[in-house]
Design a protein around this ligand. Structure first.
Ligand code: ADP
Ligand code: MG
Ligand code: MG
Length: 937
């Protein structure tokens, strides 16, 4: 008990220290910084890398960063500064003033600062930044005198009022922009860089009166008040609609918050030896190792980002300012080597002096991501394979699987812009982002056409197939955002004149109205009226290399869902190791087949039905032969007939209509009688809840001749292909099993026919009989079902439908509302619900393997190609995932990453447990992993 006292004291001490105000402000100046890359979560990406660069000796203006913890405390307190924050800010400011040698609000030598947002993950343009803060009616004069550049001083002031008005005072930016345009017209100049000092001074007067009239108060003149308001506004910009939308689309947590960086301004708008730009250490579109970027003379940073003027390529800097160019080249190499990744760098040149204002991992197309990852790992040996695999976002691979305009297509383009991403798109023209969202919800393909985009437009951009802008360069908002999504995007098509009011755009002599279809050729930047043919992608060598690495690394294997020999071939090309789902009913819809299928359904008695069923047999057999050939030697899982029969008959409404029409007119009695039969049959088949009705194995059990025929077709095909010397591995899958008795019976039915075929042909083909697990009950009784099933495959579409009780066909009525109100995190039919549906899967696997250790388990629902769902499937020990052929590379990469991440987590846990037994979960996981790799290969 002697220790009690000292322990108590220690506890008190720690309580005391946690009550002390945390460090909210981290300074960086003159080669020294309190932060570093390691503090990304606390300082945000922008803030931590400014600190890191400062330490590296890169020329960064001095400043300080307010932490995301301060943001959290501010929000927790109901948007009030936590105690100690403001005094730390003013102390930081004093340090900054000392480093800069000027003071905020000093009428003779005013310090101007920028107040910048920055989250831990880059959210380009989604939050706000204020530039030139510290200007007022007095300091503007001081700045003009000191720099002997009146035009510059007033240009800064009008920019400051605009940004401050927009960001802090919530005044619609257009109120300022229309006055700026008017001033340009009055002065007879084209760009704002040409406005003379007098015009800018007048503009400031106008802007101030806008502020007065819109807020009822004069523009705040006290720089400290400006600073405080700006910091709060940047804090609050985390909750701006565009930022919230962006986080939802990118699934970023709401509670990260933003840091705020306050730093000394440097000026790119002083004159012709100044300017601003953005550059990438490699080409962000192709990944090629070449310097890439854009530059604007006599401008401030946001001009480039917002696409207000179309910038010049970086080579222009080489000719204009060779020394700056050389220095910039050296810095970008240095930064790339330091971060071991492609960098996106903001820079500003003030009268020949170069400053770096931001660096981050550059957004890139998937093609570039793959090329950079592979080249950095092979040729350059800068990163290992696992790092390379983790560098590519699985979902982004969609982009490489995108279609492009057929190179043989002949057309005349009406306009040409800059190709921001390689994808092509065809769709109806719309001008308003909201309309794009609406139309996309109705499954229409649209192309959003805008003069330029802004962060408010992201939802519309996301909904559209492609985006076309008439202004802005390859680093404009539209280009950056679209590139991140791999969405088709053509920017800066100068010939395109958007007339939003009249719902049309002009390009030369062409007029294109809203609703008209256009094609965007993402490879060339061309805009074409009408629909052009699109073609499938081809894979680069780097892509194949990366895919090979992923396949080597993944323990969860990848198959494809394919219904035809053509799909199977495609799946093979895309790297599938077998087929996880052949939907036999899709084979029934063929032109020659559907009449036979209908005959089968209409049959009055068993004999008639059997006759029709037998006619279907050769068709099915042919299909299976093609699929087995395409997939040999990999397994092919074939699901027996699943949908309710009425799906194969004409629509009841149409039948009824024609029937009543004929009824009324009294002619064509033959057709009338025929329709009468169909109508009666449809009425007999009518169900209140067809998805919960007579379908799946219930159908096969009540009409055994159908399943018998299918099993026979499968086995005859398998025997034939085996006879050709190929390896076949048919897996016959029973849909919608819910009870053990169903499984037992269908298994016996299947075995009986299969054995018969084997004895007829004399070919001893190995086959397996298993079941879909898609009725929740099946997951719960999986231990018993596994007594009769040789494999499981989770049908997560039906399983999701039945677990939630959401009809997949009707969810559209409430899903958008649920998503908006955050009642659901995402569409559960697109992203697997791990907590609920996933728990059933986990139970199903555990119980199934209790009976049959190492039971082969897969997933064949839509989720099999969605990266977070694939990762989950890996964690619960699934043998393979199966998805659409186009998603196969995505799934491989997601599976490989899941494996790598699990390894990392385990070694971390191992370190933490320091020699003690490893946590149970991970051990169990390792065991199942071991089994899995054996059974999968
Ligand atoms: P975003 O996250 O939208 O890019 P930033 O905070 O990076 O916002 O700033 C917007 C623009 O203003 C960028 O081009 C940036 O380089 C520029 N900028 C920010 N701070 C300064 C500064 N202190 N001096 C000069 N330009 C700046
Ligand atoms: Mg920036
Ligand atoms: Mg199903």
């Amino acid at each position: 008990m002697a220790h009690t006292g000292s322990r108590k004291k220690a506890r008190q001490r720690s309580r005391h220290s946690s009550a002390r105000t945390p460090k909210y402000v981290y300074a960086f100046a003159n080669g020294k910084a309190e932060g570093s890359s390691a503090l990304r979560n606390l300082l945000g990406g922008k803030g931590c890398e400014l600190a890191e660069m400062t330490k590296l000796g890169v020329p960064v203006p001095p400043g300080f960063t307010i932490t995301t913890e301060a943001w959290a405390a501010y929000n927790a307190a109901g948007k009030k500064h936590p105690p100690g924050l403001w005094s730390q800010v003013t102390a930081g400011l004093a340090g900054l003033e000392a480093a800069a040698g000027t003071r905020l609000g000093d009428p003779a030598r005013p310090l101007l600062v920028s107040v910048r947002s920055g989250a831990r993950a880059s959210m380009p343009g989604m939050m706000d930044t204020v530039l030139n803060l510290g200007l007022n009616d007095r300091t503007v004069e001081g700045l003009a005198q000191r720099t002997k550049n009146e035009r510059f001083a007033w240009d800064c002031y009008r920019r400051f009022i605009t940004l401050f008005g927009d960001v802090v005072l919530a005044i619609d930016r257009r109120a300022f922009d229309v006055r700026l345009d008017a001033a340009k017209a009055r002065a007879g100049v084209k760009t704002d860089a040409d406005l003379p000092a007098g015009a800018l001074r007048e503009l400031v007067t106008e802007f101030k009166s806008v502020v007065q009239s819109q807020t009822g108060r004069p523009f705040p003149q006290d720089p400290l008040e400006q600073l405080r308001l700006a910091i709060d506004a940047v804090f609050d910009s985390w909750w701006a609609k565009k930022a919230v939308d962006y986080r939802r689309i990118h699934r970023l947590p709401e509670d990260w918050g933003t840091a705020v960086t306050v730093m000394a301004m440097v000026f790119g708008n002083v004159g012709p030896t100044s300017g601003t730009g953005v550059c990438f250490s490699r080409d962000p579109a192709s990944g090629e190792r070449r310097f890439f970027g854009e530059f604007l003379v006599n401008a401030q940073g946001e001009d480039v980002v917002a696409g207000i003027r179309t910038p010049e390529p970086i080579d222009a800097l080489k000719t204009r300012m060779p020394a700056v160019y050389r220095k910039l080249t050296a810095i970008k190499d240095r930064l790339e080597a330091h971060y071991r990744d492609m960098q996106d760098i903001e820079f500003t040149v003030q009268e020949g002096r170069l400053y770096i204002l931001q660096t981050r991992s550059g957004k890139r197309t998937a093609a570039a991501a793959v090329r950079i990852a592979v080249e950095m790992s092979t040729k350059e040996r800068r990163v290992d394979r696992d790092t390379a695999l983790l560098r590519v976002e699985p979902a982004s691979l969609h982009q490489l699987l995108v279609k492009t305009v057929d190179p043989r297509a002949k057309y005349a383009a009406i306009a040409r812009g800059l190709p921001a991403t390689p994808a092509a798109a065809v769709g109806k023209v719309v001008f308003e982002p909201e309309r794009a969202v609406d139309m996309a919800l109705r499954e229409e393909k649209v192309i959003l056409v805008r003069t330029e985009t802004s962060p408010e437009d992201v939802a519309g951009m996301h909904a559209a197939q492609g985006v076309l802008t008439s202004r802005g360069g390859l680093t404009s908002h539209a280009a950056v955002v679209a590139r991140g999504w791999g969405k088709c995007c053509v920017v800066g098509a100068g010939d395109v004149v958007v007339d939003e009011e009249n719902h049309l755009f002009r390009a030369g002599r062409a007029v294109v109205r809203e609703g008209q279809v256009i094609t965007l050729n993402g490879a060339t930047g061309e805009v074409i009226v009408g629909t052009q043919p699109l073609v499938d992608p081809t894979f680069s060598d780097e892509f194949k290399t990366l895919l090979g690495w992923a396949r080597d690394r993944a323990t969860t294997r990848v198959r494809a869902n394919a219904d035809t020999p053509a799909d199977a071939t495609k799946a093979r090309e895309f790297g599938a190791e077998g087929i996880g789902l052949v939907r036999t009913e899709h084979m029934f819809f063929g032109e020659e087949r559907i009449p036979i299928v209908r005959e089968m359904i209409m049959a009055g008695d068993l004999q008639a039905r059997k006759k029709a069923v037998d006619q279907l047999l050769p068709f099915q057999r042919e299909d299976f032969i093609g699929i087995f050939r395409a997939m040999a030697p990999h397994p092919v899982t074939i699901r027996l007939l699943d949908p309710p029969l009425h799906e194969f008959l004409p629509k009841y409404k149409e039948v009824l209509e024609e029937y009543t029409r004929l009824d009324a007119r009294g002619f064509n009695p033959e057709r009338h009688a025929e329709l009468g039969l169909v109508k009666a049959r449809l009425e007999a088949l009518l169900e209140a809840n067809p998805m919960l009705g007579h379908r799946g194995c219930r159908l096969g059990i009540t009409f055994p001749e159908i399943y018998d025929m299918q099993v026979r077709a499968i086995m005859e095909a398998a025997c034939e292909v085996a006879g050709e010397g190929l390896t076949v591995e048919p897996e016959i899958m029973i849909p919608l099993t819910g009870t053990v008795a169903e499984m037992k019976l269908t298994r016996e039915m299947t075995d009986r026919v299969a054995r018969q075929v084997i004895s007829e042909t004399g070919k001893n083909v190995r086959y397996a009989v298993g079941t879909m697990i898609e009725v929740p009950r099946a997951a719960l009784v999986a231990d018993r079902i596994a007594e009769h099933a040789e494999f499981f495959s989770f049908g997560t579409n039906d399983l999701t439908q039945m677990t939630y009780g959401y009809s997949r066909d009707d969810i559209g009525k409430f899903l958008p509302f649920y998503l908006e109100k955050k009642l659901l995190p995402h569409d559960p039919f697109a992203v697997l619900d791990q907590r609920g549906v996933g728990e059933l899967m986990r139970i199903g696997i555990e119980r199934g393997r209790r009976t049959v250790p190492g039971l082969k388990v897969g997933i064949c629902g839509e989720h099999g190609g969605e990266p977070s769902s694939v990762e989950f499937c890996h964690r619960i020990g699934m043998t393979y995932v199966s998805c659409s052929p186009y998603m196969v590379p995505v799934a491989w990469l997601a599976a490989a990453q899941a494996e790598i991440k699990e390894g990392e987590a385990q070694s971390k846990a191992g370190r933490q447990w320091q020699g003690e037994a490893q946590p149970k979960a991970s051990r169990a996981n390792m065991q199942s992993r071991h089994r899995r790799s054996k059974s999968a290969r």
